[in-house]
Design a protein around this ligand. Structure first.
Ligand SMILES: [Zn+2]
Length: 433
């Protein structure tokens, strides 16, 4: 078992709490002093930086949301002058203004270090060859992994997203041992590999570190068997730092959150109450060490639960369950919350179903209709119509019982659903609400 930073990763809880409290006080002081928007919020609530005497006191502070980032577009939440900012990233901003994040030199060092931890967890070493097939650019995925991979001294292939045949050629010729990208892109690579006649056994690929979109355990099994690798889940969001906020250890039963840098809470997304340990709710993160863009109680929109039990790997940091879904991906059908990952989990348990699917939501009259398009394998598709109808019926039954909402299933020919070289588009919402 190898750690990147054993002292921090295996810190006794008590010492960790002391470190967190000291850093929390500094973070709250920093935003109050240098970010007018935070000062105004704290003043309105009658709280001062010295209101923090224990970690639990965080509960008295207001939440920060994506809307706060938008309202302060682009830079007014920054706690340092622009001369201290050495990197700017931003979200794609498909709806309205993008959210903008900044990093100081020290922020980048910490980020690289966290990615070093993450890659080490997945078995990467100095001798590894890491192919970074996350997009490079304003998106934090590519550059985030890149610097972490360099930090551990591995050989980095900055292939970025896209050009799948070339990705596979690089994997073959350069002897890639670790692949990092979205899980859906990894699956697409496996498909193209098959078309090219390249067998996973001909590659040196050992493991993949996949993230930037929610994916189910069944999807993990699918990726692992198709690429013949171990697949690790990594979690992060640009607002907090990018990839590397949490990552699976070799036990792969939850993602260890880097608690020396992030303080986490789980809240009820509707009532906004903090939930007791172990309950499922929305993950809320306070950055403890960020200089350029410190955030207090940031609502991630991600649903998960925390496991405070000691992990067999020896790391003491709390584990979060694989994210069920982002609230952005959630569709509400007749009052029922549906996440694409729930659909995925059901589909991948059914033989003959391919891991490619799409949810299409329409409003017909006043009623929402959910259609799930499901790709089936060549063999199934060449079956008799009656057998296809039977399959369609059994998928419908399984989905309806798992989701609790009526579903129309449509089987589609192999390779008809659009493949993604980045984040997969799972939901097409045609409702005009
Ligand atoms: Zn562990």
């Amino acid at each position: 078992m190898l750690y990147w930073d054993q002292e921090k990763e295996c810190m006794p809880r008590e010492a960790l709490s002391v470190l967190q409290l000291r850093r929390l006080k500094e973070a709250v002081y920093r935003v109050y002093t240098f970010v007018p928007a935070y000062k105004a919020k704290f003043d309105a609530d009658g709280i001062k930086p010295d209101s923090i005497n224990s970690l639990g006191d965080i509960e008295h502070f207001p939440y920060t949301t994506k809307q706060d980032l938008r309202d302060n577009y682009p830079f007014t939440l920054f706690a340092v002058p622009m001369s201290e900012v050495v990197r700017i990233h931003s979200s794609s901003g498909t709806t309205g203004k993008p959210t903008v994040v900044g990093y100081t030199r020290k922020d980048l060092d910490i980020w690289s270090d966290l990615m070093g931890r993450a890659l080490t967890n997945a078995g990467a070493r100095r001798t590894s060859v890491i192919q970074v097939a996350y997009g490079y650019g304003l998106f934090t995925g590519g550059l985030g992994v890149h610097y972490g991979a360099e930090k551990i001294g591995a050989s980095v292939i900055p292939s970025s997203g896209g050009n799948t045949k070339r990705q596979i050629m690089l994997m073959q010729d350069f002897g890639t041992t670790h692949l990092t990208c979205t899980p859906s892109y990894a699956l697409f690579m496996a498909e193209v590999m098959q078309e090219m006649g390249v067998k996973p056994s001909q590659l040196k690929l050992q493991a993949g570190i996949f993230g930037a979109e929610p994916w189910s355990e069944n999807m993990r099994r699918e990726v692992e068997s198709k690429l013949e690798i171990k697949a690790f889940d990594i979690y992060g969001l640009s607002e907090i730092i990018g990839p590397g906020v949490a990552v699976e250890c070799p036990c792969r039963s939850g993602l260890h959150i880097a608690e020396d840098h992030f303080l986490v809470e789980i809240i009820d997304p509707i009532t906004e109450e903090v939930l007791p340990a172990g309950e499922t709710g929305e993950l809320v993160i306070t950055t403890l060490t960020k200089e350029a863009l410190p955030l207090i109680r940031y609502r991630t929109g991600d649903l998960t639960r925390l496991n405070w039990e000691k992990c067999a790997c020896g790391r003491t940091h709390v584990r979060m369950k694989k994210v069920l879904g982002r609230s952005d991906d959630m569709v509400i059908i007749r009052g029922v919350n549906v996440f694409p990952s729930m659909v995925e989990s059901v589909l991948l348990n059914i033989p003959g179903v391919e891991p490619h699917y799409q949810l299409i939501v329409e409003r017909i009259g006043n009623l929402d209709e959910l259609e799930v398009q499901v790709e089936v394998s060549e063999i199934i598709f060449s079956d008799e119509i009656r057998q296809l109808e039977n399959l369609e019926r059994s998928i419908t039954k399984e989905l309806e019982s798992a989701l609790g909402v009526a579903v129309k299933v449509r089987l589609v020919e192999p390779k008809t659903i659009a493949r993604s070289e980045g984040k997969a588009k799972r939901v097409i919402d045609n409702r005009n609400i």
